[in-house]
Write a protein that binds this ligand. Sequence first.
Ligand code: 23J
Ligand code: MN
Length: 458
Amino acid sequence: MKRLDALNAIYPQIERCVVVTIMGAVSAELQSIGHKPNFFYLQHAMGLASSMGLGIALARPELKVVVLDGDGSVLMNLGGYTTLARYHPRNLLHVVFDNESLLSVGGFPTATSTGSDLEKIAKGAGIPRASTVHNLEDFTAAFDEALNADELTSLIAKVEAVGPAAFVTDLPLLENRFQFQRWLRDEAHTIARNKKESDVSNVLTQLAEELASGSLKVVDLTQPLGPDTPVIGLPPEFAPSPGVSIDEISRYDDKGPAWYWNILRFGEHTGTHFDAPVHWVTGKDLPDNACDTIDPNRFVGPACVIDCALESQGDPDFLLTPERIEEWESEHGSIPAGSWVLLRTDWSKRSGADSFINADDNGPHSPGPNKEAAELLAIDRDVLGFGVETIGTDAGQAHSFDPPFPNHTIMHGAGKFGLASLTNLDQLPATGAIVIAAPLKIVNGSGSPLRVLAITKA
Ligand code: 23J
Ligand code: MN
């Protein structure tokens, strides 16, 4: 591996870091790629680049500092490793280009050519991460990993003992010094912001990694959708929900020799489903109130799970009240704006439609929120929506409340959503999960069956 190729490979990343290099070939090669005011070349102070990088890293923890060192310099100031390790700033990445030679001053071999192992010395000094790489591919991978590691790293890159013919620079030492100081004082904040932007995408990288490694898992909050799915029973004067029918179009037969598919028929509010604001008369004139017009950002949010399983077991007409919500908040913190609030009742564990709907002569009996709880969540807490395990987001007896169906009335009037017939809420923590609940993009749809997923700690 040639040092110049290695520098070219990492240039897009180090451009956005504070960079301190040693004198000589490293400095000349970096300048040949492109000088930046955030690059400082420690000319005439051999061995001290890591010490200077350490000071900057400790003083400016919001910045990422990359030191570009060499074997000659490191060996001249071996105590530097022990000081780095003692203070171990997480924002410092120490790269040692080891060409086993004092190339800049005549090409004498250094002690790394006779077996001294910088990685072992670094580890022995107590540097938390140290590794040695021998080719460009491993170098760029290790560099990327170290930049994201948020841990002091010394990366020893074995390179060929070749460099530029002359170490010419048109950047005077004092100019570099003042420019670098001014940049740290006046302009570093622009890079600190870039770092934050790149941290956002690091969140996604980490999400992918943690899902793959199993430290995060996806919990399916969805009930199966089929002919046995129970549907809401409304008083007889109203038009009923049709239930679910699934009819075959073809199944690898005369009607379609190589394919299988079905025709679905059901109401929009069937099974595990989404309620859009346009579903209710109170939300009918709101902007972007239907399945196809809601901003998709609003389908994803943190979940607050309020566990009322015990209360619901004791009383099928249990009502969630503001007092009960505030009790939850005193334990778990206040419900953040933009959350999905999910009411755990263990209702999903009931088997069979009769027990799920739980009707008698007065109609269905199942838990839900009272009017004041819906107001607290929709208006004061500004949630995304309210989700339940029962057949609808209102209590079974809510047809007789004042107003009837207060949760639908208030939530949808405030532009908020509903999620009905959820399951597996017992697998979620009270806070910390992320819920994704995106309905089908039905044109002017009032709701839709959907797959509701939660991402949570495994
Ligand atoms: C229609 C009428 C009343 C109600 C509902 C539907 C629901 O619960 C629903 O699925 O949105 S209460
Ligand atoms: Mn509904």
